[in-house]
Structure formats: structure tokens, C-alpha cells
Design a protein around this ligand. Structure first.
Ligand SMILES: NC(=O)c1ccc[n+]([C@@H]2O[C@H](COP(=O)([O-])OP(=O)(O)OC[C@H]3O[C@@H](n4cnc5c(N)ncnc54)[C@H](OP(=O)(O)O)[C@@H]3O)[C@@H](O)[C@H]2O)c1
Length: 303
């Protein structure tokens, strides 16, 4: 008997409510399909409503019973995060799974609406704030979970506590690694605080290995054709996005998952989802320090 964890292992999710950030593309869209196919209501939280409605329509064609709602959310704008959280909580009284998935990778040096370095702001600070603004609904929902989508790029990365926004010597890839390490430190501190509050809500992390998605587009490479070539090579060499999404889907629904765990492909960059080790750079002191900074920067204080 195979011990691979696949789509067939997803339990019935009827009556569950899921929020997925960046649900119109890549891993977010595949997670949407996987969870909606088992009966979950999925709120697709996206910055581009046209793209999101098109992705939702295509998903409804493939999965006729899919319960999907599209809502506007720009992770690079704290005002949008507040508006989304207010709209969501006005509409739904439960939140079973918050999948913090949206991301950009190795962008040119840019800032969010609030002046944060774009990758830290989008990939970590926006999700920190979103989680804080939805925490009451999560805590009120039995056995709820928060899944933070990180990356193998967190391995070997560090948090530049003395220059978090890379005002000096910006490096696209170091800033991406920092933001993805931040996702893991956030998971650790969030789980610690949930446990201290005796909350049954779990905080877990996942990474997909490598899979062909639109992520390379966010690099905005100046040479024409590079992005297309990178996507083509990734598609030829690595698993499809649906397989890549299984780690974050497992982290979201497998009943054997425990708070603070990290899921990824069993062969590192590819494979079937298993529990994997956190990188060495993940430690309790940095997790606590980053939490305090995130609270100060976003103005969202919780737990
Ligand atoms: N693909 C991989 O091999 C890989 C490897 C490791 C980790 N990851 C992680 O997986 C996650 C998903 O990436 P993906 O590979 O599926 O890439 P993708 O296809 O480019 O999807 C990224 C999603 O995030 C959204 N997004 C970006 N900035 C946003 C913002 N400011 N507000 C709201 N949504 C925003 C994008 O929206 P638009 O469509 O509007 O741009 C898109 O829906 C990311 O966190 C990434 O770091 C991916």
C-alpha cells in the first residue's frame, strides 16, 4: 500500500470556510481547487478581481459544486488588509483555514503602500496583520488552522534586524529569503502564543519545493524572454503546481498535523508532502523579536 499523501487523503470539508491569499494563480489556485473539491467554501482573497473572477469561473467549470467567493485583498497595503478583514468578518462567522499563500519573489527594490520593503511587506507583514485581524474568528472556530507558505529559500537566509527594509545594499534574493524565513519565525511565535492561550487553533508552515507558477513574473526581469524561459525550464524539470500545492494542503487538513510543524516534499525540491525540519536559522529568540517588530510596524497587536 502506498503511503503517499495525495488529494485522495483530503477529508470531507463540507461547512468549512477557508481563506486563501493569492488564490487566483499557481499554488493558491491549486489549493483552492483541492479544498473546494472536498466541499469547503473557499474565499479567494486576491488583489486583481478580474483575474480572480476568471480563475473562479474556470474552477467552477472543472468542479461544478465548488463554493467560491472572490474578495479584494492587496497584501502590500495595510488599509486593504483592514478592509478585507472587516468585510470577511461581516459576512462569515467562522474561519477554519487561513492559508497565507500570496507572495512575490526577488523583485526589483520597491516598497509597499506603507513604505515596507516589498517582499517583507507582502510576504510577511501583510500576512501577520491579516492573521491578527482574523484571529477572533479563527479562535471562535473549532480546530481552526493558519498555514503559512514559506520556501526552500528560507534555508540559509537571515533576518537583517539592523536593516529589515534593505535600505542599504538591496539584494533581490536575500530580501526574498528574509521574507520566507520570516514566514517560519512567524509560525513558531504564533504557535507559541496560541498554546500559551490554550487555543486549539494551530499554526503550521509549508513549502512546495519547486514548481512552475507565475512567481518568476514578479522578478520583472529586464531582458525579454527570460521569464518565459524560466517558466518553461521549471515546467520541464519540476512537478506540476497541483502536486507542489499538496504540502500546504496537507498542512491545512491532515488530522495528524501538530502546531509548529513544517511540511514540504519528501525529496526536498520535489516529491510527496511530509513533515520536514525547520531551517537552523529558526529560533525562539528571533521569532519573538520579529513578532514585536511586526506588531509595531503594522499596528496590529494580538494574542
Ligand atoms: N512556485 C514555487 O516554486 C515556489 C517555491 C517556494 C515557495 N513558493 C511560495 O508559494 C507562494 C505562492 O506562489 P506561486 O508559486 O503560486 O506564485 P504565483 O503563481 O505568482 O502566485 C502568487 C499569488 O500571490 C499573489 N500576490 C502577489 N502579490 C500580492 C499582493 N500584494 N496582494 C495580494 N496577492 C498578491 C499573486 O497575485 P497576482 O496574480 O495578481 O500577481 C498570485 O495570486 C508564494 O508565497 C511563494 O513564495 C513558491
Amino acid at each position: 500500500m502506498s503511503n503517499k499523501w495525495t488529494q485522495n487523503d483530503i477529508p470531507d470539508l463540507t461547512s468549512k470556510v477557508v481563506v486563501i491569499t493569492g488564490a487566483n494563480s499557481g499554488l493558491g489556485l491549486e489549493s483552492t481547487k483541492a479544498l473546494a473539491a472536498e466541499g469547503a467554501t473557499v474565499v479567494m482573497a486576491c488583489r486583481n478581481l478580474n483575474k480572480a473572477e476568471m480563475a473562479a469561473d474556470a474552477t467552477r467549470k472543472a468542479i461544478p459544486n465548488a463554493q467560491l467567493a472572490v474578495m479584494a485583498l492587496d497584501m502590500a497595503n495595510l488599509a486593504s488588509v483592514h478592509t478585507f478583514a472587516a468585510d470577511f468578518t461581516a459576512t462569515y462567522d467562522r474561519l477554519d483555514i487561513l492559508m497565507n499563500n500570496a507572495g512575490v519573489m526577488a523583485t526589483p527594490q520597491m516598497t509597499t503602500q506603507d513604505g515596507f520593503e516589498l517582499q517583507l511587506g507582502t510576504n510577511h507583514l501583510g500576512h501577520y496583520a491579516l492573521t491578527g485581524l482574523l484571529i477572533d474568528t479563527l479562535l471562535a472556530t473549532p480546530n481552526s488552522r493558519i498555514v503559512n507558505v514559506s520556501s526552500g529559500a528560507a534555508d540559509g537566509a537571515k533576518i537583517r534586524f539592523d536593516d529589515l527594509m534593505f535600505s542599504d545594499e538591496y539584494s533581490r534574493f536575500e530580501a526574498y529569503g528574509q521574507s520566507k524565513l520570516a514566514n517560519l519565525l512567524f509560525t513558531v511565535e504564533l504557535q507559541k502564543r496560541l498554546a500559551e492561550n490554550k487555543a486549539p487553533t494551530l499554526a503550521v508552515a509549508a513549502h512546495p519545493g519547486v514548481t512552475s507558477s507565475n512567481l518568476v513574473s514578479s522578478m520583472r526581469m529586464p531582458v525579454p524572454g527570460i521569464t518565459t524561459l524560466a517558466k518553461l525550464l521549471t515546467r520541464l524539470m519540476f512537478p506540476d503546481t497541483a502536486t507542489g500545492a499538496l504540502s500546504q494542503v496537507r498542512a491545512a487538513v491532515d488530522s495528524s498535523v501538530k502546531g509548529g510543524e513544517y511540511y514540504g516534499p519528501d525529496k526536498g525540491m520535489r516529491g510527496w508532502p511530509v513533515q520536514v525540519a525547520m531551517p537552523d536559522a529558526v529560533n525562539a529568540a528571533d521569532a519573538a523579536r520579529l513578532w514585536e517588530i511586526s506588531a509595531d510596524l503594522t499596528g496590529v497587536h494580538f494574542l
